[in-house]
Structure formats: structure tokens, C-alpha cells
Design a protein around this ligand. Structure first.
Ligand code: FPP
Length: 261
């Protein structure tokens, strides 16, 4: 048994394969302490490092973190450039550790809006870690679910236009292969910190059968104990994927691949 799971009392067979987190509450956390909002984002990066390492250690296959939304570009310039600076700093500082921990790094979102130097850092790290075999760390950056779905639609239309795909061939499997998250396991668990009950344009397609968790603590206070508590709650949820409680759902069940979606 995985020693980390054992230490934290987690059942490795009942863990989600793919966890998505909306890391909300950095600003309010900082304001409560009478500090600038960036102080909260800075503290948030520390949780990113801890939760990423922990998730890899317990055998989570994919972790998707919402770092910057399509809508966040409209925040005050000082906050936008501060967040971009943090991302730059995070990638530079963490790339060695990400690589050595066998993590596969990926950024999802609208890359066209990113500055060239950040794009360069991202592409380098994606390429450097592409042959790794461990957890996927997926950072949603300049990301919105609507935008991702529209990008997928455009890719499919382009395939239809050149005759590579017929309209009748379009199914959920083809659609998923055109999403930014192509190749990742289905999203099992959604966590939003800071007590807001919203999805906020995060992984809209992928949320179809995810279990939802709304955590009152703001992201900078989201520690391992809180994560473990939610993971244990996840283990107790009965997932049915539209079937009846009597029907046995195989552990490897994938709603989309079984044609249910
Ligand atoms: C939401 O809190 C959080 C964000 C918009 C940014 C999240 C970014 C980080 C945790 C750091 C960078 C991430 C990586 C992967 C290096 P908010 O600012 O909306 O908080 P509020 O709702 O309290 O105002």
C-alpha cells in the first residue's frame, strides 16, 4: 500500500483519479490581515506547491488548478501583472522539482493572451516533462470553460471542412479529444475553497459527473488535513453515473467512454 495513503488514513482504491480545484479566497484572506491582495496570492502559491506534491505522493493521476480565468484579465493591472509575475516565478523555481518528481506539466486555456516569455517558460516545461510518467499537473491559465468548448468546436469544424471527419462521427470521445484536457482521466472531484457555491466557468464539459465539494476555508488556509478530509468524504460518496444503486459500476467506469454522455 502507498505509504502516504497509509500515513494519512486514505484508501488508495477509493481516491479520485482527477481532482480540479478553484483556488478561491486569496484576496479576502489577505484583506482580513490588512495586507495587499498579492500577499494572498503569494501565500496561495505555497499551497499549490504543497497540494501538488501531496497529490502526486498519494497517487492522484491528474490535478487541475484554476490559476487565472479568462475573466481575471479585467482585474486591476497591478493584480494581473502581479499574478503573471507569480506564475513566472513559480515555473522558474519549480520546474526542476516538477521534472524530478516525474510530474507531467500542462497549461490549459487561451494561450494567445499570454506574454511571449511566459509562453516560452510554459512550452519548455511541457516539453521537458512530456516523457514523465507520474501525475499530470494541469494549470488553467487564461482559462474559461466556454472558451475551451468553443476552441474544440472550431477544431472539429476544421476537421469536417477538410473531410477528415463526417458530422455523424462527432461523438463525446471525439469532442473530448479536442478539449484542452485531452488525454487526462475524467474529472472525478471538484473542490472550491472559500465558501462560494459557484463553478465560475471551470471545466464545464468535464464536470458532468464530478463530485462537488465546497470548502469554507480560503485557499491560503487549505492545508493537508482539510484536503484529506475532503478526499475521505469523496471515498464515501456513492457514484452512480445515472445507473441505479443496485447496478454495479466497475471501478474503471468512464461515463463518456461508455457512451453515456
Ligand atoms: C482567486 O482568489 C484566486 C486567483 C484568481 C488566483 C489563484 C492563483 C494562485 C493561487 C497563485 C498562482 C498559481 C500558480 C499555479 C502558481 P481571489 O483573488 O478571487 O480571492 P477573493 O475571492 O477573496 O477576492
Amino acid at each position: 500500500m502507498n505509504e502516504y495513503c497509509k500515513k494519512w488514513g486514505l484508501d488508495p482504491n477509493k481516491l479520485p483519479k482527477h481532482v480540479g480545484i478553484v483556488m478561491d479566497g486569496n484576496g479576502r484572506w489577505a484583506s482580513q490581515k490588512k495586507r495587499p491582495r498579492l500577499f494572498g496570492h503569494n501565500e496561495g502559491v505555497k499551497r499549490v506547491e504543497e497540494i501538488t506534491e501531496f497529490s502526486g505522493n498519494i497517487g492522484i493521476e491528474a490535478l487541475t488548478l484554476f490559476a487565472f480565468s479568462d475573466e481575471n484579465w479585467r482585474r486591476p493591472e497591478e493584480e494581473v501583472s502581479g499574478l503573471m509575475g507569480l506564475l513566472r516565478w513559480f515555473i522558474r523555481k519549480e520546474s526542476k522539482r516538477i521534472f524530478e518528481n516525474n510530474v507531467r506539466f500542462r497549461v490549459i486555456g487561451d494561450r494567445q493572451k499570454l506574454s511571449l516569455d511566459i509562453l516560452d517558460l510554459i512550452v519548455n516545461l511541457e516539453q521537458k516533462t512530456s516523457s514523465n510518467t507520474g501525475m499530470h499537473l494541469c494549470v488553467a491559465l487564461s482559462y474559461g470553460g466556454h472558451g475551451e468548448i468553443l476552441r474544440a468546436v472550431k477544431k472539429i469544424v476544421a476537421k469536417v471542412e477538410v473531410g477528415e471527419v463526417f458530422v455523424n462521427d462527432i461523438d463525446s470521445s471525439l469532442f473530448e479529444s479536442c478539449l484542452d484536457t485531452a488525454g487526462l482521466p475524467a474529472l472525478d472531484m471538484f473542490i472550491r475553497t472559500s465558501g462560494e457555491f459557484r463553478v465560475s466557468n471551470f471545466l464545464l464539459w468535464q464536470l458532468a459527473y464530478a463530485e462537488m465539494f465546497f470548502e469554507p476555508a480560503p485557499w491560503p488556509d487549505f492545508n493537508m488535513e482539510k484536503y484529506v478530509h475532503l478526499l475521505n468524504e469523496f471515498s464515501c460518496r456513492q457514484r452512480r453515473f445515472g445507473l441505479t444503486p443496485e447496478q454495479k459500476i466497475p471501478p474503471t467506469f468512464n461515463a463518456s467512454k461508455c457512451g453515456l454522455l
